[in-house]
Design a protein around this ligand. Structure first.
Ligand code: NAP
Length: 386
């Protein structure tokens, strides 16, 4: 019996495929783990915290909502499609029966819808702890919104810009309000035309419109962080989720529109791209990590600080972009931010102490990632290592 087994084993182990197959499985497993990126390991709870996530009925936004709801946060799913929102809410409730999730209608590309959304939030809630600007569109044919803006820039940049400003007073009521703007690696390819953010039909290109919108969002993130650092404890950071499969975003790519290219690229997409759950890990890292309470103005990817596009170093571009954007959404950004400082001093003692610490830091050089970013210095430049 033992001899039979030894003979069979020898025959089996003499075949090349007995080594080749485990080798392939190991290599594939290794690539999948590597491409999937790190998982956020923190165990922080979010009980009593209010989190708004735009575009959370699907994809990365949905996975973010699910995770934060499981940690006790009250999630406001800000979605444009009530039916999809309801289905997403039910899915979260199936998994976490005690979760607090509310669906609110918001079309982030339309200014009136944003105003209505904010009016409701102001009436129903005291403060906001985390705002995640996740909703976005990609590869859209040229379309104008009812406000007259091009759809991609309106959805991916102007809408979040407007929403964020309207919600600043409520974020300021949180001990450490956090704004997270979901950017993309595409921002590296972006060409910013500050005076012509709204492309017209003749010069419109779907890919350029997307990369410009993400570049504008990333520049705005850093600039807003410096403005808020003057008189609030609100932080503002940008996150790139990496390349993520299984979301509507990817399905809109021209490459994946035909059945043949979808079929032929599927193995690579499956092998090298993240799942939505893996894609939301850096958002969780920035939303939850208690070491990042005072970290503002940075760009993150794979749960770590990353260097963003070169153009982010240019304060003059950031200022011009901010001015143009305020004009397009018809707000006085400086006025909104200046008023926040006044309110801060009426908050609890603990909060004022925190604020004092920040103010003390303003004349110090920033000490690198992990420290709160320095407010713009006298020379009107970003600090070197900001
Ligand atoms: N997937 C990737 O590889 C990738 C890579 C880099 C960055 N990102 C970024 O990650 C974020 C999430 O993308 P995803 O991959 O999860 O794609 P997704 O599944 O297409 O999610 C986008 C979400 O935004 C919502 N949305 C679009 N227009 C809206 C509007 N006008 N008002 C309100 N909500 C609107 C969509 O709602 P509907 O369901 O109603 O359409 C959807 O829920 C986006 O900011 C995207 O740019 C994704």
């Amino acid at each position: 019996m033992l001899e039979d087994f030894a003979r069979d084993f020898e025959a089996f182990s003499g075949n090349w495929w007995t080594y080749f197959i485990p080798f392939c499985v190991t290599v594939i497993g290794f690539i999948r783990v590597y491409a999937g990126g790190p998982y956020y390991q923190g165990k922080e709870r979010m009980d009593g915290k209010l989190v708004i996530i735009t575009g959370s009925s699907s994809g990365i936004g949905f996975e973010t909502a699910k995770d934060l709801a499981s940690r006790g946060a009250h999630i406001i799913m800000a979605v444009r499609n009530a039916e999809k929102g309801k289905r997403a809410l039910e899915k979260i409730k199936e998994n976490y029966k005690k979760s607090q999730v509310t669906v609110k209608l918001l079309d982030i590309s339309e200014m009136d819808s944003i105003r209505n959304f904010v009016d409701q939030i102001e009436v129903e809630y005291e403060k906001i702890d985390v705002l995640i600007n996740n909703a976005a569109v990609i590869h859209q044919p040229y379309t104008k919104t009812i406000d007259g803006n091009e759809l991609t820039i309106a959805t991916n940049y102007l809408g979040p810009f407007f929403l964020t400003h309207l919600l600043l007073p409520m974020l300021n009521k949180s001990e450490h309000g956090r704004i997270i703007n979901v950017s993309a690696m595409a921002h590296f390819n972006g060409k910013l035309k500050v005076e012509a953010l709204n492309m017209n039909k003749d010069n419109y290109n779907e890919a350029d419109a997307y990369s410009q919108s993400k570049l504008a969002l990333t520049i705005f993130t850093k600039y807003l962080a410096t403005l808020l650092n003057k008189n609030t404890t609100i932080t503002c950071n940008a996150v790139s989720p990496g390349l993520v499969r299984g979301t509507a975003h990817l399905q809109n790519l021209p490459l994946l529109k035909s059945a043949w290219t979808r079929f032929s690229t599927w193995p690579w997409v499956w092998l090298c791209l993240k799942t939505p759950k893996q894609g939301c890990q850096t958002i969780l890292h920035v939303a939850l990590n208690s070491n990042l309470k005072k970290t503002s103005g940075f760009y993150f990817s794979d749960c770590d600080f990353k260097e963003p596009a070169e153009l982010l170093k240019d304060i003059h571009v950031a200022k011009a972009l901010y001015k143009t954007s305020c004009g397009l959404v018809k707000i006085d950004g400086d006025d909104i931010i200046n008023k926040l400082g006044n309110e801060t001093f009426f908050l609890a003692d603990e909060r004022v102490e925190g604020l004092d610490e920040n103010l003390k830091g303003l004349d110090k050089q920033v000490e690198g990632p992990g420290e709160k970013s320095e407010y713009l210095n006298e020379k009107d430049e970003y600090p070197n290592d900001f």
